[in-house]
Design a protein around this ligand. Structure first.
Ligand SMILES: *Cc1c(COP(=O)(O)O)cnc(C)c1O
Length: 375
């Protein structure tokens, strides 16, 4: 995807000046740096970025420039990406199942932390250098996330204790990690996981080097901004109370770091009383809308750049492809005077959007325009 600089101060003015017929992502580097600062100032430990949320080179460079010095990678391609755009950054290889060839690449790339969730995968790591950090991935049946991350990876507390003992026996540095699920609205899942992590370490009789509390931090999807500081405070307090020797804390947010970096602008291709047809949909930048609750930060903009004031009408929103599942699951309230050629601006679209764009039926977002902060 090419990235164009913009002399326009806002997405609205750029749209009015350029009238693009294809979808556009607007990149806001200063918003990204601001969220990185919020995490680094508020989180009581090391902040790493989960690359899968948005693996664009400019994201990696901007986060590195904003002081993010470690990245959570899941594949050789993500390792190469971080090496190219954040030289010197630490790599945490936290995909718990790896092929032999992937392990070789991970060693060559110098990954400093590896996660495992089963004995068979730990045995595959025996040739790693002594002292390498191996983090056992714990799973619990917790509610509160937009969808459950324990459904694929993770060891139960008993399995995790046995794995932790084995990690220590093999001469590696033992840590624990978990992922509470994405878009967790409250601190509760972290409190439960951290208490259980302390119990697992105690029953294994292992002193943890680090505790990685995962991603899952909420992005701003609805009217209110989520309270990240309340989550950070809970993580600090529960960790201090639960352990005799508190491990160093690490987090690996993807969504919450990336979301504010992009605004997605889609154009209305056709409209009637019941339905609106956009130039992108669930096969493109709106890929997540089928799996997680919709977000309400949608701003209609007239083709000429002004606001639309018609009474809201709930309509079906279709994407551009010829597939009948290419639609948003819910009706969207949109102004009655929305017309062909107008735009919808979707705010907070930096995570799991650009990374999931397909070229199905010849559509998909191809263009990124950088909005520079005006002084
Ligand atoms: C996806 C993922 C993350 C990031 O999750 P978010 O919900 O986007 O913060 C962090 N860690 C691991 C291991 C992941 O798989």
């Amino acid at each position: 995807m090419r990235i164009d600089p913009s002399l326009s101060p806002t997405p609205e003015s750029w749209l009015a000046a350029n009238a693009p017929d294809a979808p556009v992502f607007f990149f806001h580097p200063e918003r990204l740096a601001e969220v990185a600062r919020e995490f680094r100032a508020g989180f009581p430990g090391l902040v790493t970025y989960a690359v899968k949320a948005n693996p664009a080179p400019e994201m990696i460079r901007a986060l590195h420039g904003a002081g993010i010095t470690a990245f959570d990678v899941a594949s050789p391609a993500e390792m190469a990406l971080v090496r190219a755009h954040a030289p010197g950054a630490a790599l945490h290889y936290h995909n718990p199942v790896r092929s032999a060839a992937e392990i070789t690449v991970g060693v060559e790339a110098g990954c400093v932390s590896w996660s495992v969730d089963r004995a068979s995968e730990l045995e595959k790591l025996r040739s790693l250098p002594a002292g390498t950090e191996i983090a056992v991935r714990l799973k619990l049946p917790v509610a509160g996330a937009a969808y459950d991350f324990g459904a694929k990876f993770g060891a139960t507390p008993d399995q995790a204790a046995a794995l932790l003992r084995r990690v220590a026996e093999l001469g590696f540095t033992p840590s624990l990690t978990f992922h509470p699920g994405t878009q967790c609205a409250s601190p509760e899942p972290w409190a439960r996981y951290i208490a259980e992590a302390a119990a697992v370490a105690r029953s294994a009789n292992v002193v943890l080097h680090r505790l990685n509390v995962g991603g899952g931090f909420p992005a701003h999807r609805d009217t209110d901004r989520p309270d990240l500081q309340a989550i950070f405070d809970t993580i600090r307090e529960v960790t201090e109370g639960a352990f005799d020797t508190a491990p160093q804390l690490v987090c690996e947010p993807g969504r919450a770091l990336a979301a504010e970096a992009l605004t997605l602008a889609l154009r209305v291709k056709g409209v009637d009383e019941e339905a609106v047809f956009l130039n992108d949909g669930v096969y493109g930048g709106l890929a997540e809308w089928r799996d997680i609750a919709p977000m309400s930060r949608v701003r209609p903009v007239a083709a000429a750049g002004g606001a639309l004031c018609g009474a809201l009408r709930r309509r079906i929103v279709f994407g551009p492809t010829c597939d009948s599942i290419d639609r948003l699951p819910e009706l969207l309230p949109l102004p009655g005077d929305l017309a062909e050629g107008d735009y919808l601006l979707f705010e907070g679209m930096g995570a799991y959007s650009r990374a999931l764009v397909t070229g199905f039926n010849g559509y998909g977002v191809r263009r990124v325009v950088e909005i520079e902060k005006q002084s």
